[in-house]
Design a binder for this molecule. Structure first.
Ligand code: KG4
Ligand code: ZN
Length: 359
């Protein structure tokens, strides 16, 4: 059984064909990074326009690469939320039109559930299916959430960020220091060149749910540190580098980063990783988790992957391969298989839900 997945919730237009919930036959992702890069973040109007431009060729390519005809599809899965409403509408409208024109069942998918299924899919493919209950840490530009995942894909929200998402913190700190967007991958590459114990960042104790996250205080602490250390000139030099070389290589960023700045980046990344892993581990213990799933764009972070391995947790910690960590449509198609078996189909009056929650 083949499902076509379509994803357009933020700044990636993606389509994928997945077979039997475990074989990714194609996964096409058209990134809008260069469009938004010069603005230092996603511009919603531009995102919708880029999705409109990309959606038809991206879906066509996903079908062609997997040698799939529309009549071979058991369903079309599409992201309905959460995300930018204008962006979501492009994928959703296209999926609905295709579903209606070819009488193919439509399945609505929550983007966050998609991120969790990126791991479920690969674990199944590897012959070592996820053991439940699992704890899922979804860390991306828009979300930092902890969910209990029970057999049959029942979710319970255990903690979430009160303010910025972890990926957003990476992006904002990078921007403040004059590095390009998105900041996560740049900081990831530069951090190993600095000393993670050079700057001590502390997190405020959470009132209420002790498992909630907060990253805005950390961002402010970085700002204060920058102000106290007279870094205006080097930041201006990096902004000039960005303007002159929008696609500058990591070596150029490294050359434009004095040792104390590399120390600051390493310390910031260390603080984020420590915060994510200690809360996830506490949460996993609380629910007696058999697996820890880490997914979303920040799951690409090599420091986070290394720290999760080094922590020697008493259950397997599963990350998706990098291509399935950031936004993609294979995870959307994968999340639709359990719904296909239950014949949990959507009606054509389905609408985009910008603030959709998972639990
Ligand atoms: O999952 P994703 O592609 O989109 C959302 O659903 O938000 O995640 C994008 C986020 C961005 O904030 C980006 O900076 C972050 O993931 N990211 C990383 C890395 N790669 C992407 N953060 C830290 N380290 C990375 N290697
Ligand atoms: Zn995402």
């Amino acid at each position: 059984m083949r499902i076509l997945g379509i994803e357009s919730s933020c700044d990636e237009t993606a389509a994928s064909v997945v077979e039997d919930g475990e074989r990714v036959l194609s996964s096409i992702v058209a990134s809008q990074m260069t469009t938004h890069g010069k603005y230092g973040g996603v511009v919603p109007e531009l995102a919708s326009r880029e999705h409109l431009r990309a959606i038809v060729p991206v879906v066509r390519e996903a079908l062609a690469q997997s040698a799939t005809r529309l009549e071979d599809l058991s369903a079309i899965a599409v992201t309905v939320g959460p995300g930018l409403v204008g962006s979501l509408l492009v994928g959703l409208t296209y999926a609905k039109s295709l579903s209606f024109a070819r009488s193919i069942p439509l399945i609505a998918i929550n983007h966050i559930e998609g991120h969790i299924h990126a791991v479920v899919l690969e674990a199944k493919r590897a012959g070592t299916p996820v053991q439940y209950p699992a704890l899922a840490l979804v860390v991306s530009g828009g979300h930092t959430h902890l969910f209990e995942v029970r057999e049959g894909f029942h979710y319970r929200l255990l903690g979430k960020t009160r303010d910025d998402a972890a990926g957003e913190a990476f992006d904002k700190v990078a921007k403040l220091l004059g590095y390009p967007y998105p900041g996560g991958p740049v900081i990831d590459r530069l951090a190993p060149h600095g000393d993670p114990s050079a700057v001590r960042f502390t997190f405020a104790k959470m009132k209420g749910n002790a498992l909630d996250f907060s990253f805005s205080g950390l961002k402010t602490a970085v700002l204060r540190w920058v102000e106290a250390h007279g870094m205006a000139d080097e930041i201006a030099a990096r902004r000039a580098l960005q303007r002159a070389f929008p696609e500058a290589a990591i070596e150029q960023w490294l050359a434009a980063s004095p040792p104390r700045t590399l120390d600051l980046l390493a310390s910031f990344q260390h603080a984020v990783i420590h915060e994510l892993l200690t809360r996830a581990a506490a949460c996993a213990q609380e629910i007696d988790a058999q697996t820890l799933i880490v997914s979303g764009g920040v799951a690409c972070n090599s420091g986070l992957r290394a720290a999760a391995q080094a922590a020697r947790l008493p259950y397997p910690v599963l990350f998706p391969t990098p291509g399935l960590s950031t936004d993609n449509a294979a995870m959307i198609a994968a999340a639709a298989f359990p719904k296909l078996y239950r014949r949990d189909f959507a009606e054509l009056d389905l609408t985009a839900q910008a603030n959709l929650t998972l639990a």
